[in-house]
Design a protein around this ligand. Structure first.
Ligand SMILES: Cc1ncc(COP(=O)(O)O)c(C=O)c1O
Length: 493
C-alpha cells in the first residue's frame, strides 16, 4: 500500500479524534482505527516513519512514538532489516466485530432507502470549534448576565403557562421581530405572519412539505449551503444546482422552460461566496417566480453583520405579489445552541403553515422565546450586534492581512464584506479537501470550497475560513500553520 493511500486513511481518522488529546495520541488512535476497520490490512508494510511524517506534515518523532505504542500492543510487528508491518495475526477488519457486515451493508439492512440516503449525507463537521471553523460565532462575549436575568424572570411559577405547548410561536416575540424587521430590513408584516422554528433546517423542512410534492424541483445556488440541500433532498425534492456569477444566482433563460417549485437564495450575502444578489437579478427572479408560480425562499443570512455598508433591503419587502418566504436565524447573532429561527410567510399561507408546524413539530420553548422577545424589545439585541460587529471586523481584518500578506497571488478573496467567514479561491489547481485534511492534522480547521458544490465537476478549489470565534492573538499563529500547509500543497498539488 503506498504512502499516499495510508496517509489518506490516517488523515480521515485523525479528523475525528478528540482534539484535547496530543497529536501523538490522536495519531495512535487514527492508525489503530485504520487497522481495526481494515483500511490498512494485516501484513501491510507501513511507510518508514520519516515518509509518513512528511506525508502528514507532522514531526517524525510523533510517528515513531505512535508506531512504538502500536507495536507494544501487538498491532504492529517489526521485521529485522525490513521495516514495520501490520501484524498478520489480526483478523481482517477485526474492529467490525466477528462476522459483522461492513458498515455500508449494515446501514443498508437497518434503514429505509430514504434513511440510508440521509445517513450518507455527512455535511456537518464533527469538529465544531477552533481556528478557522466556519459558521461559529463568538459566544464568550455574549451578555450572560442580561440573558440570565431574563431567563430567571420567565422560569418562574408566575410564568408557568410558558411551560406548555405553543401554537404559532410566542406573541410578544413575533411583535418584537416584526418591529425589528420593519426598522432594519424594510420588511413590513403582521406579527401573525411570523412563525418560530427550531433552527433553519426545520423551517425549510416545513416549506418543502407545505409547498412541494416528492420529486418537485428546487433551484439551489451553486456553490451553496450543503445543509439546505440535504434538508430539501431528505424531504424528497430534486435539487437543481444553478451557477452563480458576480451578480449572484444566474439562471439562463432556457432554465425557466422547466421551472422549479422553489428557489432558495441567500441574497444579502450568498453563502459561501459572499456575493450580494444584484437588484436586476432580484427583480428578474421575482418576475419569473410570479409567472411560473414558483416560491422564492429568501435566506437573509448574514444581513446583520455587514462591515462597510448597510444591507440591501429584503426581497420580501420588494415582492408585491407575495411569492417570497423570508427566513431568518438567531444562530450567528445570538448563539447557535439557542436553535431559534423564523419564517415570515405571505398572509395567504399563514393558517396552513401554523397547522403544519403544529402537526409536524409541536412548538415549545416558550421560556427562551419570551426571554428573546424582551432581549430585543429592551435594545440588548441591537447593542450586542453592534458590539460583535466591531470585534468581528478586527478579526476579519487580521486574518485577511495575515493570509493575503503571506500567500499573495496564490489565493483570491470572494466577498468578505459581511458575515463571519472569509472565502478564498486557490488560483492554481490544488486538492482543497487534501489541504483541509492536512491542516486539520496540524490543528487548523477549514472547509474546502469544493464541498459546497453539488456537481463536483464544476467545483473551484478554495477554502472557507471562519474567524468569528478566534481571538486576534490566535489568528496569526494559526495562519502560520495554514500557510505552511498550503505552500507544501502548492508544490505537490
Ligand atoms: C446559509 C445558511 N443559512 C442558515 C444557517 C443557520 O442555520 P441554523 O439556523 O440551523 O443554525 C447557516 C448555518 O451555517 C447557513 O450557512
Amino acid at each position: 500500500m503506498d504512502v499516499g493511500l495510508i496517509g489518506d486513511a490516517v488523515l480521515q481518522n485523525l479528523a475525528t479524534q478528540p482534539r484535547q488529546l496530543s497529536l501523538r495520541a490522536r495519531l495512535y488512535l487514527a492508525l489503530r482505527e485504520a487497522i481495526l476497520e481494515g483500511a490498512i490490512r494485516p501484513g501491510t508494510r507501513l511507510p518508514p516513519s520519516r515518509l509518513l511524517a512528511t506525508e502528514l506534515a507532522i514531526g517524525r518523532n510523533t510517528v515513531l512514538k505512535a508506531y512504538d505504542q502500536l507495536a507494544v500492543e501487538g498491532y504492529l510487528e517489526g521485521r529485522v532489516g525490513d521495516g514495520t508491518y501490520v501484524s498478520e495475526a489480526l483478523p481482517v477488519g477485526a474492529g467490525r466485530g466477528a462476522g459483522a457486515p461492513a458498515r455500508d451493508e449494515r446501514v443498508g439492512e437497518l434503514l429505509s432507502r430514504r434513511g440510508a440516503e440521509l445517513a450518507r449525507l455527512t455535511g456537518s463537521s464533527r469538529v465544531q470549534h477552533g481556528a478557522f471553523m466556519p459558521g461559529i460565532p463568538d459566544v464568550e462575549h455574549f451578555p450572560f448576565r442580561i440573558w440570565r436575568r431574563l431567563l430567571s424572570k420567565y422560569i418562574h411559577p408566575r410564568q408557568s403557562h410558558l411551560l406548555q405547548y405553543a401554537v404559532g410561536g410566542f406573541g410578544p416575540l413575533r411583535v418584537a421581530l416584526a418591529e425589528y424587521l420593519r426598522a432594519s430590513r424594510m420588511l413590513t408584516c403582521d406579527p401573525r405572519q411570523i412563525l418560530i422554528f427550531n433552527g433553519t433546517h426545520q423551517a425549510l423542512d416545513l416549506c418543502a412539505r407545505m409547498l412541494c410534492d416528492a420529486g418537485d424541483r428546487v433551484w439551489m445556488e451553486e456553490p451553496g449551503y450543503w445543509g439546505v440541500r440535504n434538508v430539501l433532498r431528505a424531504a424528497g425534492l430534486e435539487t437543481v444546482p444553478v451557477l452563480l456569477d458576480e451578480k449572484g444566482i444566474a439562471p439562463r433563460a432556457e432554465d425557466w422552460h422547466t421551472p422549479p417549485k422553489l428557489v432558495f437564495v441567500s441574497p444579502s450575502s450568498q453563502y459561501p461566496t459572499g456575493t450580494v444578489l444584484a437588484l436586476e437579478r432580484r427583480l428578474e427572479l421575482l418576475d419569473q417566480a410570479q409567472r411560473h408560480k414558483a416560491w422564492i425562499i429568501e435566506d437573509d443570512y448574514d444581513n446583520e453583520l455587514r462591515y462597510h455598508d448597510r444591507p440591501v433591503a429584503s426581497m420580501f419587502g420588494l415582492a408585491s405579489a407575495g411569492r417570497v418566504i423570508y427566513l431568518g436565524t438567531f444562530s450567528k447573532v445570538m448563539f447557535p445552541g439557542l436553535r431559534i429561527a423564523y419564517l415570515v410567510v405571505p398572509p395567504q399561507l399563514v393558517d396552513s403553515f401554523v397547522v403544519g408546524n403544529t402537526e409536524l413539530y409541536r412548538e415549545g420553548r416558550l421560556t427562551d422565546q419570551a426571554a428573546l422577545a424582551e432581549f430585543i424589545a429592551e435594545g440588548h439585541f441591537s447593542t450586542h450586534i453592534r458590539r460583535m460587529r466591531a470585534i468581528y471586523r478586527e478579526r476579519r481584518d487580521t486574518l485577511q492581512e495575515a493570509l493575503e500578506g503571506r500567500l499573495g497571488g496564490a489565493i483570491s478573496r470572494s466577498g468578505g464584506h459581511a458575515g463571519i467567514h472569509l472565502l478564498y479561491h486557490f488560483n492554481a489547481a490544488v486538492d482543497d479537501v487534501r489541504v483541509a485534511e492536512t491542516a486539520l492534522a496540524r490543528g487548523v480547521v477549514l472547509r474546502p470550497l469544493s464541498v459546497y458544490y453539488e456537481r463536483a465537476g464544476l467545483a473551484r478549489p478554495g477554502m472557507n475560513l471562519g474567524y468569528a470565534s478566534v481571538p486576534v492573538a490566535r489568528i496569526r499563529p494559526a495562519v502560520d500553520v495554514l500557510t505552511r500547509v498550503i505552500e507544501s500543497r502548492l508544490q505537490c498539488p
